[in-house]
Design a protein around this ligand. Structure first.
Ligand SMILES: NC(=O)c1ccc[n+]([C@@H]2O[C@H](COP(=O)([O-])OP(=O)(O)OC[C@H]3O[C@@H](n4cnc5c(N)ncnc54)[C@H](OP(=O)(O)O)[C@@H]3O)[C@@H](O)[C@H]2O)c1
Length: 427
């Protein structure tokens, strides 16, 4: 006998509409294969006359209570986006014993502790596979498949908009502003692109990934964040000549009880698997004691790929006899047992304009050398007026030492134009 599963949607735009379409297309197959008869009871929108959806008008509502207080609704699917009221609606649903499926990285990253506490209190489930990497099954991989491993490093391309912009800048030598304007025209970037291009979206996702990978809550406010607005085609071209590709990476590393969590433009060797992830694709590369290196890649956005991950959560939740909770310490603040460092060690690409005179390079190398920073490569490339263009690649160095060295350079001989971190995927 089929089990009837009643869903309520909070929000029915791109993603809600995609989930509706997928459930409609797959209804009979899921019923036959899994014995689940999935039905959408109500769908909340801001304004019914302006709703952008194929969902039948009779199930649309403008009242959240119609979804949250309907005793027939067992699974609440949140596709509103934003922090509030999405987070408080999800908490109300969980406190009423309804399982929640969400694609909302912002509300989850900011209110995870309260949401999990509400779920624990009533035994309801909280599922969020689509909140990071769209269709890429990274949440279940980390919380179930790799649970017995010890993950030390995660590096992710988790924002399709910025990856699209950087890919086109690299291919066409175009400026950030021109590619962004084009992406906005094509609907690939929001009219207000700050959440993507300033790295906020990637930071929410890194908070989720590092919390579950390192089994300890890491909150968004502890993540170092730098977006792509300052990236120039010149940096990308210089990097390419030296064998590097530029990506906006979300990086989480754990060593003992110390973690580093950072989102910033990063040069990767061209041979690294992440360097070949182009356009709006997402990918997550990780390293664990036993799994060693592995990478998952796929569509990080789009209504139907995201709907595929969400519907996977819906079926998982519908079949669950008891809801499982990932094994991490879901504290209100970052787990007090962790030290979040801002003095990580990596390599650096430093581009500068320098006075073209004998002895200048030695003086620059001395400023770096005094702070234990050694140079792996130096490239001089033409000149601008009386200034030579110089690019240095350092060996591994401490972040603070590099900042100090840059501040200590004599501006009369050297001005730093850009400083970009370089990763090779190792510890
Ligand atoms: N788009 C993607 O590719 C993608 C991928 C992964 C995850 N996500 C996540 O999925 C979520 C939804 O994204 P989306 O692209 O579907 O957004 P969207 O197209 O803007 O849809 C949002 C829906 O929520 C409704 N809504 C928003 N605020 C509301 C409020 N205060 N009261 C009632 N209804 C409200 C909107 O109603 P109206 O239509 O009346 O405005 C609309 O139906 C977000 O958390 C996003 O981060 C999206």
């Amino acid at each position: 006998m089929a089990k009837v599963v009643h869903l309520g949607f909070l929000g029915c735009g791109n993603i809600g509409g995609g989930v509706w379409k997928l459930l409609d297309a797959m209804h009979d197959e899921i019923l036959q294969r899994d014995g689940l008869d999935i039905r959408v009871e109500r769908a909340l929108v801001k304004s019914i006359p302006e709703a952008r959806t194929d969902v039948p008008a009779e199930i649309l509502t403008e009242s959240a209570a119609d979804v949250l207080e309907d005793p027939a609704v067992e699974i609440v699917c949140e596709f509103m986006g934003g922090e509030q009221p999405a987070a408080s609606f999800m908490e109300r649903a969980l406190r009423a014993g309804k399982t929640v499926v969400t694609a909302n990285k912002m509300a989850l990253a900011l209110h995870w502790h309260e949401l999990q506490a509400a779920a624990d209190q009533t035994g309801a489930g909280l599922y969020y596979e689509a909140s990071v990497g769209g269709v890429i099954p990274i949440i279940r991989s980390l919380t179930v498949s790799l649970e017995a491993d010890r993950i030390h490093r995660i590096m992710g391309i988790v924002n399709g908009t910025t990856n699209y912009i950087l890919t086109r800048m690299a291919r066409e030598g175009a400026s950030y502003a021109d590619v962004l304007a084009d992406a906005q025209r094509l609907g690939l970037a929001e009219p207000n692109p700050a959440a993507d291009v300033e790295g906020f979206d990637a930071a929410y996702k890194l908070s989720i990934l590092s919390s579950i990978a390192f089994h300890s809550r890491v909150t968004v406010d502890r993540i170092y964040r730098e977006g792509i607005t300052g990236v120039t085609p010149e940096d990308i071209a210089f990097g390419r000549e030296m064998g590097y590709t530029l990506k906006l990476l979300a990086i989480g590393k754990r060593s003992g009880n110390t973690v580093e969590v950072r989102v910033h433009p990063t040069f990767l060797p061209d041979s690294h698997p992440l360097a070949r992830v182009d356009g709006s694709l997402n990918a997550i590369f990780l390293h664990g004691d036993f799994c060693k290196d592995m990478m998952l890649q796929g569509r990080g956005a789009g209504d139907m790929p995201t709907a595929s991950a969400i519907c996977g959560d819906i079926l998982f939740a519908a079949r669950a006899v008891r809801h499982t909770v990932p094994s991490f310490r879901n504290t209100a603040e970052t787990d007090p047992a962790l030290t979040v460092t801002d003095d990580w060690s990596t390599r650096y690409f430093i581009r500068m304009k320098v006075t073209d005179a004998p002895g200048v390079l030695a003086r620059i190398a001395d400023v770096f050398g005094q702070r234990d920073i050694s140079l792996a490569a130096v490239m001089q490339k033409g000149s601008e007026g009386e200034k030579a263009r110089l690019v240095l690649i350092t060996h591994k160095a401490r972040e603070r030492a590099v900042r100090e060295a840059i501040a200590a350079l004599d501006p009369a001989i050297a001005q730093v134009v850009s400083c970009i971190r370089v990763e090779n995927g190792e510890a």
